[in-house]
Design a protein around this ligand. Structure first.
Ligand code: NAD
Ligand code: GLY
Length: 365
């Protein structure tokens, strides 16, 4: 750690770990990873884009590394790819004391974490997230998964890494759409539980999106701190962790309507979905119209995806309702939504009346 690096603890007793955030922490990866890998071996899972851009960083470890380089994209969160990763680990002769390192965005992190959880019933695992979304959300908290024909992220495990090593400098090569998708998850933390952070984003969000080093490091650190607190309280999402799903119930339905295509990224769906969650809350008299308008105004000011951008996905209310009826948060066939009482004050509403959701969706057509 240099004095400029930030460190956030995810406090889970004997499974606690640090998130180290800094500019250029990957120029000396060994310094951070040696204490974890020790005398063991390491296998890196990455995608072609990240490998082409940043393979030199991996060799700063000065170790023999096993390597799986996958095509980029969501389709890699699959059983066949999981098998490929495990095959490569067996071929390298790894055992449980060895380390699997995820070097990429959320796709690589989710897949690699799941591989780590299953390899000989669990080997060491490190996250090196390279997208903004992965740095503020998916690399933290231990949700790992692959997709199956029945749906996204439906086969997986809660499996925590031993370290998250976050280098903000790699964000400079991230396409703008991916950057904004990550910003949506940052905004989510302000909206769900931290009015001060939302106000900070109102003032500094443009600097974050411009990757001004201090602003981006601050936004990542606050996001990770908020996620760390929630995960420490409710690791396996029995209650409070569901707050991290703000905007996701509507968002997942939009993603499903877009066919999980590149036309709508997850973070873009969450962006419009958060606007919908606030508007729906306002329609139920839970939050003020002004607050809902302020959220929409923030999205517009930062050129994020809003309801206006997803109009073409809102035409089939029955289909949207069907997608939402399959949400993992639902219990006993009843809808669960994350709604808001104010900016910075979200809550979990179990048994949300389906007819009210349907009514709201119909106002959008
Ligand atoms: P991703 O991993 O597909 O990365 C997006 C694109 O950016 C890819 O093409 C990738 O090759 C490229 N890329 C990665 N780093 C780059 C860099 N530094 N420079 C240039 N290009 C780079 O997508 P994502 O948005 O990071 O993650 C989405 C996934 O995360 C989804 O599968 C979602 O389900 C999952 N997710 C998981 C959690 C969790 O808690 N586990 C939370 C949110 C999302
Ligand atoms: N991204 C939601 C969670 O980690 O719970």
């Amino acid at each position: 750690m240099t004095s400029a690096d930030r460190k956030v603890l995810v406090d889970l007793g004997s499974r606690s770990y640090d998130i180290v955030i800094g500019q250029d922490v990957l120029t000396d990866m060994g310094r951070y990873l040696d204490p974890i890998i020790g005398q063991g071996r390491v296998h890196v899972v990455t995608d072609e884009t990240v490998y082409d851009l940043y393979k030199d960083r991996l060799y700063t470890m000065e170790r023999d590394i096993g390597l799986t380089v996958l095509p980029s994209g969501e389709s890699q969160k699959s059983f066949p790819t999981l098998q490929t990763v495990l095959d490569n680990m067996f071929e390298q002769g790894l055992d449980r004391a060895d380390t699997l390192l995820a070097f990429g965005g959320g796709v690589i992190g989710d897949l690699t974490g799941f591989a780590a959880s299953t390899f000989k019933r669990g080997c060491k695992f490190v996250q090196v997230p390279t997208t903004l979304l992965a740095q503020v959300d998916s690399s933290v908290g231990g949700k790992t998964a692959i997709n199956v024909k029945q749906g996204k992220n439906l086969v997986g495990a809660f499996y925590q890494p031993s370290l998250v090593l976050t280098d903000t400098s790699v964000l400079s090569t991230l396409p703008e759409r991916e950057l904004k998708a990550g910003y949506a998850e940052i905004l989510k933390y302000g909206l769900l539980g931290n009015l001060d952070f939302f106000n900070w984003l109102e003032a500094n969000g443009n600097d974050v999106l411009a990757l001004e080093p201090n602003a981006v490091a601050e936004a990542i650190a606050v996001s990770c701190m908020m996620k760390a607190v929630i995960v420490a309280e409710d690791e396996q999402e029995r209650g409070r962790r569901a707050l991290l799903n703000l905007g996701h119930t509507f968002g997942h339905a939009l993603e499903a309507e877009a066919g999980y295509s590149g036309d709508l990224l997850h973070g873009e769906a969450v962006s419009a979905g958060m606007q919908m969650a606030f508007e729906f809350s306002a329609s139920q008299g839970l939050v003020s119209r002004e607050a809902a308008e302020k959220v929409a105004g923030h999205l517009k000011a930062k050129s994020m995806k809003t309801l206006a951008d997803v109009k073409s996905l809102l035409g089939d209310t029955d289909a949207l309702m069907r997608h939402m009826s399959q949400d993992k948060k639902n219990e006993a066939g009843k809808l669960t939504f994350i709604l808001a009482r104010a900016i910075g004050e979200a809550f979990v509403q179990k048994d949300t009346p389906a007819d009210k959701v349907r009514e709201y969706l119909q106002t959008l057509i």
